[in-house]
Design a binder for this molecule. Structure first.
Ligand code: 13P
Length: 340
């Protein structure tokens, strides 16, 4: 365990004005995304699409790290350079998704537990050799009638803590992601309660497993109204409730908090981050670790055609720049008009 490397990696992940591109969609999720643009989800198309994102000129000004999938970390650019090596040469940290997905939690209808601990020590050692310096594990918490249950919160927190300990042992910074899903009719008040409970359980488990908070990054969901809730909270309320929960539960020793976009619109994800990052006196830097909110415009511009690669890169560059500004509380809605 190289603590100095862990500290440098964690600090670089949340460097001023930079955030993370999540490009670790499983092949199944990729298929869902590619269907929206009528593009076949072949290995070559996944490589071509991700390659165009990674090779976007200037992306390194706003992107500190990229989360790769097992397939992606073994793929190469059009010029035959391994993606991980290419990213590192641009000063972007390669990361890797290491969980093997959320499965139904036994005896807990409607709830999930994330799997992937078996053999993880060996996989982490192999990923380190391939260049990965941080990892991601996503726990999924669903809000519904009588859920999340204590069993679900504890099972997921336990797995996150064991994953995080193994990562630190391997000198890989664990990105800890207890995602509270936004799907549902629930109010923002219920989302706040569930988010607080999930984070309390997560940090209790991390402490119990001797994980060093100084060498972790939290990937948090924002406190928002359920997608089908009649009352949709505004930007200021989302920011206020999310920060309240984080301040109550996340140790100041944590080097940074990055958010997932979770199905929010591109601009909403940017506006929410901006409102939070503009708040003075926070104990940790805030930034983004978006998949959909960074990629949607690029995917739509690409349409599976290599001739659209330039337009897709411009769309990605624009969203990355907007979110880089939002991470400093310097974004304004008017900037959205000046497409890159
Ligand atoms: P979204 O930003 O699309 O929610 O994806 C982020 C992510 O990596 C979820 O695990």
């Amino acid at each position: 365990m190289d603590k100095s490397l862990l500290a440098r990696t964690a600090a670089a992940m949340v460097a001023k004005g930079k955030g993370i591109l999540a490009a670790d969609e499983s092949s199944g999720t990729c298929e869902t995304r590619f269907k929206t643009i009528n593009t076949a989800c072949t290995e070559e198309n996944r490589r071509a699409y991700r390659g165009l994102l990674f090779t976007t000129p200037g992306a390194e000004q706003f992107i500190s790290g990229v989360i790769l999938y097992d397939e992606t970390i073994r793929q190469k650019t059009n010029d035959g350079v391994l993606f991980a090596d290419y990213l590192a040469s641009k000063g972007i940290l390669p990361g890797i998704k290491v969980d093997t997905g959320a499965k139904n939690l036994a005896l807990c209808p409607g709830e999930k537990v994330t799997e992937g601990l078996d053999g993880l020590r060996e996989r982490l050692a192999a990923y380190f050799k391939l260049g990965a310096r941080f990892a991601k594990w996503r726990a999924v918490i669903t809000i519904g009638e009588g859920i999340p249950s204590a069993s679900c919160l504890q099972a997921n927190a336990h797995a996150l803590a064991r994953y995080a300990a193994l990562c630190q042992e391997a000198s890989i910074v664990p990105m800890i992601e207890p995602e509270v899903l936004l799907e549902g009719e629930h109010s923002i008040e219920r989302c706040e309660e569930a988010s607080e409970a999930a984070l309390r359980a997560t940090y209790a488990a991390l402490a119990a497993h001797q994980v060093s908070f100084e060498h972790t990054i939290l990937k948090a969901s924002m406190v928002v109204s359920g997608k089908s809730c009649a009352r949709q909270a505004g930007v200021d309320e989302v920011a206020e409730r999310t920060l309240r929960v984080l301040k109550r539960t996340v140790p100041a020793a944590q080097p940074g908090v990055v958010f997932l976009s979770g199905g929010q619109s591109d601009v909403a994800a940017t506006a929410h981050l901006n409102a939070m990052a503009a708040t003075p006196g926070l104990p940790w830097p805030l930034s983004f670790s978006y998949s959909r909110a960074l990629q949607n415009p690029a995917l739509n511009a690409w349409q599976g055609q290599s001739t659209n690669a330039g337009a897709a890169q411009r769309a990605f560059h624009h969203r990355a720049r907007m979110n880089g500004l939002a991470a400093q509380g310097k974004w304004q809605a008017a900037l959205e008009q000046q497409a890159a």
